[in-house]
Design a protein around this ligand. Structure first.
Ligand SMILES: [Mn+2]
Length: 232
């Protein structure tokens, strides 16, 4: 079976509970549509579990993208060279990320050994911007946020990472004529769209961020073979 989750935001125990709930096994595949880190308590633990599973495929969320701009330099030893390297661009990246709930990720990362930090950075470099799948005569495009500055003639490879990980779909306008083409996204909590922590499908988009890190939210997992949603 092929499963999709998104926006785990540090909720390691919910992630483990969901893997048990769907009886996730070696012959299954799981795509995680980004925003594994930040906000919730145990983001690094989720990443370290994901990296040990060859059948879990990670995609970038805006939070991993922000982390990528900071993690390679932020825990360097404080030397004159380090201080001289703190240019405005780096400080703006860091301020942006801190403002988006980075503290749990930074604390977890700081506690790692040098080798574990390097492994984690290598793993983040493996994240993809999107994935396209063909299943039972349907096409699924998996992407964190949406297709910013959408143009039907624009190739997927021509979207910038910001267009894919930050920009929310416009539900007022149709994107694709083909009814067998689906886009699965996280990033926009369904609580914001419908007020409910349930997978929401509209205009060819399935929104699966049900707000795992919020008190009123849940972690959702969508099975693409059956289109059944699971919640914890
Ligand atoms: Mn996001």
């Amino acid at each position: 079976m092929i499963y999709v989750m998104s926006d785990l935001h540090g909720m390691y125990s919910s992630y483990l509970k969901m893997l048990r709930k769907i009886h996730f096994c070696d012959t299954d595949t799981l795509y995680i549509l980004g925003d594994v880190i930040d906000r919730g308590p145990q983001p690094i633990q989720i990443l370290q579990d994901m990296m040990l599973r060859p059948n879990v495929y990670p995609l970038f969320g805006n939070h991993e993208w922000m982390a990528m701009q900071c993690l390679d330099w932020i825990t360097e030893e404080i030397t004159d060279t380090f201080l001289a390297s703190l240019d405005t661009e780096r400080l703006i990246h860091l301020a942006d990320w801190m403002g988006n709930g980075a503290s749990t990720t930074l604390a977890g990362y700081a506690a790692l050994t040098k080798d574990a930090k390097a492994d984690l950075l290598d793993y983040l470099c493996e994240f993809q911007a999107y994935e396209e799948l063909y299943l039972n005569g349907q096409t699924f495009l998996l992407v964190h946020a949406g297709l910013g500055n959408f143009d039907p003639d624009k190739a997927l490879t021509d979207y910038t990472i910001d267009e894919l990980v930050w920009e929310r779909p416009n539900l007022e306008k149709p994107y694709f004529d083909d009814p067998n083409r689906h886009v699965v996204v996280g990033h926009t909590p369904t609580l914001m769209l419908t007020g409910k922590p349930e997978v929401f499908t509209s205009n060819g988009f399935s929104f699966i961020d049900c707000g795992a890190c919020f008190d009123v939210g849940r972690l959702a997992c969508l099975c693409l073979d059956t289109m059944q949603a699971y919640y914890v």
